[in-house]
Write a protein that binds this ligand. Structure first.
Ligand SMILES: NC(=O)c1ccc[n+]([C@@H]2O[C@H](COP(=O)([O-])OP(=O)(O)OC[C@H]3O[C@@H](n4cnc5c(N)ncnc54)[C@H](OP(=O)(O)O)[C@@H]3O)[C@@H](O)[C@H]2O)c1
Length: 386
């Protein structure tokens, strides 16, 4: 089921469609009649006031989004106490497991769409969780309020040709499977939204350019993977389902993630920048990513592409000096590329090369980052850095 899909068969998305996706205009929702269908069939219809990509100031019911004390915009459009049922692929991973915990804590129902229900059960245990294996994903999405698609073979590992194929095929395959499952549901039992992961690798790499959601895609391998991944997700819009694609930056989380891979090398080499130090790191704290996913589920203003990156990307040398300050280590000896290549092979490109990505549309839609500053984010993760 998770084998690579034939994107061509499904009708490759044209350049125009890719641009529409970036602007948040799907072929379905471009028409006002389709928009009104969505407004009437969505359980969130009462808050379908703002057009896509306008900063949501107030709901049609007059509820203005209050800001929490730490500056994170709360879920804007979900009526107070209204519970969602959310189906999630990749729920067992670094991001998914935290999302499950937050949704469960808030009283929402969670359905875990996994390759292996037995293994997923051993990783996630919250009251009321339901587990669905690949043959059962259609049942898993039917009747759900929304679907979050996070599945994919890990990237920051040693790449082989086989693994590169799997990195792409796992994402396109899982996304196609989830889109097919959504489309197979009867219209009145179909989820209203698909929040689908992509990555900032979409833009390619550069030490000088700044990318926003409207920027064109790059030419390298990861850009190609992201395009195919997003194209597979785009298929859901023909069924009148709102699509929100999140181009995710390097996720900083207590369990490690990319940072966890960098730390041992950083420590061996007395805390200098990895590689040239000039490469950009567009990062996001996992708490912000999870909050953004929750907002994307419940707020119809999130339609199209959004960069899931903190508004202050940093160069690797700045990240390492912030890390050095927190760890009480100097940060001036560069870590040679060969050390990382030895550890990660070609997969080291995830930290040796980067791009400066701004969350332009994400902030315009009203999202307020809890962690904008790399120092604050790293200080929050300090307990695991020692
Ligand atoms: N973490 C980052 O820094 C970062 C940055 C940019 C983009 N992203 C993207 O965001 C998504 C979530 O990231 P994450 O860090 O939480 O990922 P993760 O920890 O690697 O977890 C991804 C999940 O995908 C499923 N999976 C793993 N290998 C698979 C394969 N070969 N085929 C199909 N499914 C597979 C697994 O779920 P089951 O075993 O339950 O099926 C796994 O728990 C990923 O798609 C990732 O590419 C992450």
């Amino acid at each position: 089921m998770l084998a690579q899909s034939s994107v061509a068969q499904r009708g490759a998305v044209s350049r125009r469609a890719q641009q529409d996706l970036s602007r948040g205009v799907s072929s379905v929702t471009r028409s006002s009649s389709a928009r009104s269908v969505l407004a009437h069939t969505s359980p969130l219809a009462a808050c379908s006031g703002p057009a896509p990509f306008r900063a949501p100031a107030a709901t049609t019911s007059g509820r203005v989004a209050a800001r929490s004390r730490r500056g994170v915009a709360p879920v804007v459009c979900q009526a107070a106490g209204e519970k969602m049922t959310v189906a999630i692929t990749g729920a067992t991973g670094l991001v998914g497991s935290r999302l499950v915990a937050k949704l469960a804590a808030a009283g929402h129902k969670v359905r875990v769409l996994t390759r292996n229900p037995a293994s997923a059960r051993s990783k996630l245990s919250y009251p009321g969780l339901e587990f669905f294996g690949p043959a059962d994903w259609a049942r898993g999405v039917e009747g759900a309020t929304g679907v979050v698609n996070l599945a994919g073979e890990p990237i920051a590992t040693r790449w082989t040709e086989d693994l590169k194929r799997s990195i792409k095929a796992s994402r396109v395959g899982a996304t196609t499977a989830v889109v097919d499952a959504i489309k197979a549901a009867p219209a009145d039992r179909r989820p209203k939204v698909l929040v689908s992961a992509s990555a900032v690798g979409y833009y390619g790499i550069s030490q000088t350019a700044t990318y926003s959601e409207d920027s064109p895609s790059g030419r390298d391998y990861l850009a190609e993977v992201c395009r195919a991944w997003e194209t597979a997700a785009q298929g859901v819009t023909s069924a009148g389902v709102r699509l929100c694609v999140l181009r995710i930056g390097i996720v900083l989380a207590p369990e490690g993630g990319a940072l966890g891979k960098m730390l041992p090398v950083f420590q061996i080499f007395a805390g200098g920048p990895l590689g040239s130090g000039k490469q950009w790191m567009s990062w996001i704290h996992r708490d912000d990513l999870v909050d953004l996913i929750m907002q994307s589920l419940s707020n119809p203003a999130y339609e199209g592409v959004f960069n899931a990156t903190a508004p202050k990307p940093v160069r690797m040398s700045d990240l390492c000096s912030a890390l050095g300050n927190i760890l009480g280590r100097p940060s001036w000896l560069p870590v040679p590329e060969f050390a990382l290549m030895t550890l990660l092979g070609e997969g080291a490109s995830v930290v040796l090369e980067g791009q400066r990505v701004m969350p332009t549309r994400t902030q315009a839609a009203g999202y307020r980052f809890k962690y904008s500053d790399i120092g604050d984010a790293l200080r929050n993760l300090r307990p695991i850095l020692r």
